[in-house]
Design a protein around this ligand. Structure first.
Ligand SMILES: [Zn+2]
Length: 272
């Protein structure tokens, strides 16, 4: 599943091709992704000049005059820039041709992605964006904030980190990696976190996410960069997906447990 770094990498990759460009044509070959697509979406976005591309949580928001196109990659979605003469690939469901002669294509084999337009900013009006916690890379996500948010909570810290009302964009992979880096067990009860734990955790989360963004995103095997190359951050994982492999620090076996139905990986010796 694309996580925050992949989404940010996608935005960084597509932005130079889209900004200040006008959408000439939009072609859609499915009726439904996660939800049914708006019937007039193609008509609405044609002739719009793109002036902004931003991210909130894992949503990509492409905006122009009085128009916002929101895209979520879902489980298997990717956006890539193609040349006008490049043939469509299987699962290319949505594309927009720009006056710069390139095409932005949305590919999504499992169709859990979302694409919708709105005339007002979805950040202010769409229910998907209400009640979202701060961005993990923003100043609002601080040790003091996390300490306050974790107090009186009886849930495992890993679940708390993956709760978008607390903080957005931290998925299974980066939660596991950040907890290892902070030497905190993923199943530690949130309210038992010390101020020092929160400081370490916030620092680790920012470090892990920034490093992943810098390396070009990613995580899953089928993740593809906008230029068609596969992401390679997966090779750097310290605990994620490394069940029974030796811990990089102490050589103990990495353990796998389920927390809130999600696989979690940790080192019993290094993480307390
Ligand atoms: Zn260890």
């Amino acid at each position: 599943m694309p996580e925050l770094p992949e989404v940010q990498t996608t935005i960084d990759g597509i932005t130079p091709y889209l900004i200040n460009k006008t959408i000439l044509k939009c072609t859609i070959s499915v009726k439904k992704l996660r939800w049914e697509l708006q019937k007039d979406i193609a008509k609405k976005i044609v002739n719009i000049k793109i002036t902004g591309i931003t991210r909130r949580a894992k949503y990509i928001i492409i905006s122009g005059e009085n128009l916002y196109l929101t895209i979520h990659l879902g489980m298997t979605g990717t956006l890539r820039i193609a040349n006008r003469n490049e043939l469509k690939k299987k699962h290319d469901h949505f594309e927009m041709q720009l006056d710069s002669k390139v095409i932005l294509r949305f590919n999504d084999p499992r169709k859990f992605g979302m694409i919708f337009y709105s005339t007002e900013s979805p950040l202010l009006t769409n229910r998907l964006f209400l009640n979202l916690g701060p961005e993990p890379l923003s100043k609002d996500f601080s040790a003091a904030y996390l300490y306050k948010a974790s107090k009186n909570r009886n849930v495992a810290i890993k679940s708390l980190l993956m709760n978008s009302k607390i903080v957005v964009g931290i998925g299974n992979i980066y939660a596991s990696e950040s907890l290892f880096l902070s030497k905190i067990r993923p199943d530690k009860i949130s309210k038992k976190l010390t101020k020092k734990n929160c400081e370490d955790l916030v620092t680790s989360i920012k470090k892990v996410l920034k490093s992943a963004i810098k390396k070009g995103g990613s995580s899953i095997n089928d993740y593809i960069n906008v230029d068609g190359k596969s992401g390679y951050f997966q090779y750097d994982f310290k605990v994620y997906g490394r069940t029974a492999k030796p811990c990089h620090i102490c050589q103990s076996d990495i353990l796998q447990i389920k927390i809130n139905q999600r696989s979690s990986f940790y080192c019993k010796k290094c993480q307390r």
